[in-house]
Design a protein around this ligand. Structure first.
Ligand code: SF4
Length: 336
């Protein structure tokens, strides 16, 4: 792959995916194209929101980035170092202190038979080799940092609300003070009012700890508030990348446009001023990925070329009505 296809932003990319691909064999020689040749980097102290409908490959991308899935092709670099194709136990131990994941479901991601103290301290015991007394002290400190009480450590997950459980999950992931965290739909199982609290908490922790986050979600309006940049994924491929506000208020790719239009905006005044649209049709099967543009069967602006030629992600220019110095990239024949 040529260097021109590698996307880097900001002064220091902390994590880079280069042509990252993950297919799953489903028998009879057929494969699910979950993630297809995705190149994306996240700079230090940056939050990148990765958005798209369910089934677009966002979570698989996050897990493959962290080595929780083996990659089919491509590379992942952390602080400039190419990570091994398959992790050994020693790699997991070394990287777990640096890269962590906050899971989608606060109900099933916490072991119901462990106390909150044991759950939060788990990573600490495995990776840092600290004494019991020190672990208790760190757990109490982290429960406080995520807005819980230190005496909650002796209770069990079922005694907490969804929002509190997600706070426990955040404390568990951040107690090792990782440099990079993938948040996999951390708010989608929560009530709207609790979603805002968890978003605010992550924003505060980003500021106080200098965290770098990949924030995976399908609710663009929430993601926009915490993200510096957003990347839009459709059927395993990136279709648009740009600064969060710029992309949200002036989407260029037809899919981004309908995705934003179909998402309710929590601010009623903004909601009234936005055109609302619904996405037509079904997302094609990731086993039979269509030729040409993957969005062609649902795109309101489809052209003949779209059905046979795959559009590449390219940087937009002033002629495409983006601001000077914009980092917007779009994969669509309307711009080629
Ligand atoms: Fe629509 Fe064609 Fe652009 Fe695909 S390439 S999004 S089908 S206009």
């Amino acid at each position: 792959m040529s260097d021109s296809l590698i996307k880097t932003y900001g002064p220091t990319p902390l994590v880079e995916a280069r042509g990252l691909t993950r297919y799953f064999d489903v028998g009879s020689g057929r494969r699910v194209h979950a993630v297809d040749n995705v190149s994306l980097s996240v700079a230090e102290r940056e939050i990148v929101g990765l958005v798209g409908e369910s089934g677009s490959g966002k979570s698989t991308f996050g897990k493959t980035l962290l080595g929780l899935h083996n990659k089919t092709a491509g590379e992942v670099l952390f602080k400039g170092e190419v990570l091994p194709a398959k992790y050994r136990a020693a790699d997991y131990q070394r990287l777990a202190g640096n890269m962590q994941m906050i899971f989608q479901d606060p109900y099933s991601s916490l072991n119901p038979r462990m106390t909150v103290g044991e759950i939060v301290a788990e990573g600490l015991r495995l990776h840092a080799g600290v004494s019991n007394a020190m672990a208790r002290e760190r757990v109490a400190e982290w429960l406080g940092r995520v807005g819980l009480q230190p005496d909650h450590m002796s209770r069990y997950p079922h005694e907490f609300s969804g929002g509190q459980r997600q706070r426990i999950g955040i404390a568990r992931a951040l107690i090792l003070e990782p440099d990079f965290v993938v948040c996999d739909e951390p708010i989608s199982a929560l009530d709207v009012s609790v979603q805002a609290q968890v978003i605010n908490l992550l924003g505060e922790l980003k500021e106080s700890m200098g965290l770098t986050l990949l924030f995976i979600a399908h609710d663009l309006s929430m993601v926009r508030y915490v993200s510096d940049r957003m990347a839009v994924m459709y059927l395993g491929s990136l279709v648009e990348i740009g600064r969060a506000d710029e992309l949200y208020f002036d989407p260029k790719h037809p899919y981004t446009e309908v995705l934003i239009g179909s998402n309710p905006e929590p601010d009623p005044e903004l909601e009234r001023s936005r055109p609302s649209t619904a996405i037509q049709g079904e997302i094609p099967s990731p086993v039979n990925v269509p030729a040409g543009c993957r969005f062609a069967n649902r795109c309101p602006k489809v052209m003949e070329v779209c059905k046979s030629v795959t559009p590449q992600l390219i940087k937009l220019r002033k002629i495409d009505a983006v601001e000077e110095g914009s980092e917007r990239e779009v994969a669509c024949h309307l711009y080629t």
